[in-house]
Ligand binder design. Structure first.
Ligand code: BEZ
Length: 179
């Protein structure tokens, strides 16, 4: 995916809290489209190999959460984290991370990730198909800036993390504003 390209139009199967739902699990299915998340907004999307994995849970997601006010100051209206995990897993991960600023998007059947060209096999870890790490700024569904980790490959022995680190993305956006 390169700058100037439109992101894939797909339907995400999410679980929304709805207090009208009785019982111990007051959530219902809610289909969300790419347009629901991205139309008419400038956002950051980042993607990672899996909910609850160590680098994602210890660094990437909490660092985006911490830096969100700075991104917002640079005109970013939303920050989305996409992972090839189902809505139940993504909701449980979000709850465990006490997120205020980041919205988690479940891409359980990997359609968005595949159409972004970022789907990789992680059978070496028993993960099946997952996302390569990347991030992008996206304006009204069009990619503005693309941050992809080097070495895209199936069953990669490494898990490179640097280009899509929010600190790197923030420096890059600040440089663009200053230029
Ligand atoms: C990590 O985030 O540390 C991680 C990601 C994928 C597989 C194993 C670990």
């Amino acid at each position: 995916m390169h700058a100037g390209r439109q992101i894939p139009q797909v339907i995400f199967k999410t679980r929304f809290r709805d207090d009208k739902v009785e019982g111990p699990n007051p959530f219902r299915w809610q289909d969300m489209t790419t347009a629901d998340y991205y139309a008419g907004k400038r956002v950051i999307v980042f993607s990672l190999p899996g909910a609850f994995t160590p680098t994602c849970s210890t660094y990437q997601l909490p660092d985006f959460e911490k830096l969100a006010p700075q991104f917002k100051g640079l005109g970013i209206e939303e920050i989305y984290c996409v992972s090839v995990n189902d809505a139940f897993v993504m909701n449980a991960w979000g709850k465990s991370q006490n997120l205020l600023n980041i919205k988690l998007i479940p891409d359980g059947s990997a359609e968005f990730t595949r159409k972004m060209g970022m789907l990789v096999a992680k059978d070496n870890l028993g993960f099946g198909m997952r996302s390569w790490r990347y991030a992008a700024t996206v304006n009204d569904c069009i990619v503005e800036e693309w941050f992809e980790e080097d070495g895209y490959c199936d069953n990669c022995a490494e898990d490179p993390y640097g280009v899509s680190d929010p600190n790197n993305i923030l420096s890059n956006l600040k440089t663009k504003v200053a230029a």
